[in-house]
Write a protein that binds this ligand. Structure first.
Ligand code: ADE
Length: 392
């Protein structure tokens, strides 16, 4: 029992150093976890920063065939993992640190029915002293194992999912989760600065990267990156991150683009009845039909406070122009601050290649005209137009 991986993992009986993150993995395919001995994780293991121990669930069976599964009670397809091998394996894992009641691993069970694994969870797990993973196979593990782990072994149990799809077992999830959390353990990544600007670390996706040569197969590196103007580069990168996040993961944007009490998100089909009501109240009536069509051709940002829909702006990129509908606000709002906020969100999320923003609103009220001017728009050709700077 213990780690079947080659390398310096200490034996099961060796007491762990307190500062080392101990990771126990129980699986019927221990060889699946072999990549944990490679690259950064392998180095972290040999540097004594992480102590990975892999256990074969079949070592905790008690029959000649080393059986770990049986048919489900109540019928149904496939097989279910039996509770007894799991109970014995988990007792063994927990027992490695003797009887110290405070020393207990946090148990993670990968499964498609779990809470989504995120960078925030990776940070949380990287701060734990001891983690144990139970890799299910077949249809899953007998439910009583979860109760046993919590009630009899006193473990905090978290079922965790890689995403909304099904893979054949928990091992591949353990590889992903351990890789994500191990790189956050102090000392594992040499250059801590590289952790700061990467995707998901602060809720945005990473900006695009370029290296030499400057000209490659007819493609050039964006000029701003060669300018030596660090402020312009930082600004360009930030805009790229916002644009990428808006394009690929609009669900992530609300937290970073809104103020403390206003939540700005992209509208989905479920928002349309409320949006229709808002547009009537704002004096710009339309139909469900056209809102539904708009969902596929454009992006609509919604601003809510305490769940109430307060405002909306529709944005559509055509060629080098980002067309904005006039921000629509509920009539009882004081001032036009939210219109300005929505214009800013729309501008921040302009994808690269956009040269101008145009608000399709020739007949703006005096208050709204001032908002457009303060946001950098000028009236021209019956529209409010704002040109993007060269580097945008
Ligand atoms: N096991 C099977 N599917 C899984 C998923 N999506 N995440 C984690 N573990 C799994």
């Amino acid at each position: 029992m213990g780690s079947p991986l080659p390398g310096p993992a200490p034996s099961d009986t060796m007491p762990a150093m307190p500062a080392v993150l101990q990771i126990d993995v129980v699986s019927i395919f221990p060889a699946y976890l072999a990549p944990l001995d490679l690259s950064l994780i392998g180095k972290a293991r040999s540097d004594g920063l992480i102590d990975v121990r892999v256990h074969d669930l079949r070592d905790f069976t008690h029959d000649r065939h080393r059986t770990v599964d049986d048919t489900p009670y109540g019928g149904g397809a496939g097989m279910v993992m039996q509770p007894e091998p799991w109970a014995r394996a988990l007792e063994h894992v927990v027992g490695q640190r003797g009887s110290a009641a405070s020393a207990r691993p946090r148990l993670l069970v990968p499964g498609p029915g779990g809470v989504p694994f995120t960078q925030a969870m990776a940070r949380e797990l990287a701060a734990e002293p001891w983690l144990a993973f139970a890799c299910g196979r077949y249809e899953g593990i007998d439910e009583r194992v979860y109760e046993f782990a919590q009630e009899d072994l006193g473990l905090e149990v978290t079922v965790v999912s890689l995403g909304d799809y099904v893979v054949n077992g928990g091992e591949v999830a353990v590889l992903a989760i351990v890789e994500a959390l191990a790189r956050l353990v102090p000392g594992v990544i040499g250059n801590a600065a590289s952790l700061v600007e990467e995707s998901h670390q602060d809720g945005l996706l990473e900006y695009p990267l370029y290296t030499k040569p400057r000209h490659w197969r007819g493609r050039v590196v964006p000029e701003v990156l060669l300018s030596g103007d660090h402020a312009a580069i930082a600004d360009w990168r930030h805009r790229q991150r916002l644009a990428r996040t808006a394009d690929r993961r609009p669900d992530l944007l609300h937290a970073s683009s809104a103020g403390a009490d206003v939540d700005v998100r992209v509208a989905t089909a479920g928002d349309l009845p409320e949006l229709l009501t808002l547009l009537y109240a704002a004096g710009t009536p339309t139909t469900m039909e056209s809102l539904r069509e708009g969902l596929s051709s454009s992006t609509t940002w919604l601003a809510r406070r305490a769940g109430r829909l307060l405002g909306a702006i529709r944005v559509e990129a055509r060629g080098d122009t980002l067309w904005l509908a006039a921000p629509a606000l509920v009539p009882d709002l004081d001032g036009d601050d939210l219109a300005r906020r929505l214009l800013d969100v729309a501008q921040q999320t302009a994808v690269s290649g956009i040269r101008q923003l145009v608000v399709d609103s020739p007949r703006a009220s005096a208050v709204r005209a001032r908002t457009y001017r303060q946001a950098g728009y000028r009236l021209g050709g019956g529209h409010w137009v704002k040109r993007c700077s060269r580097h945008e």
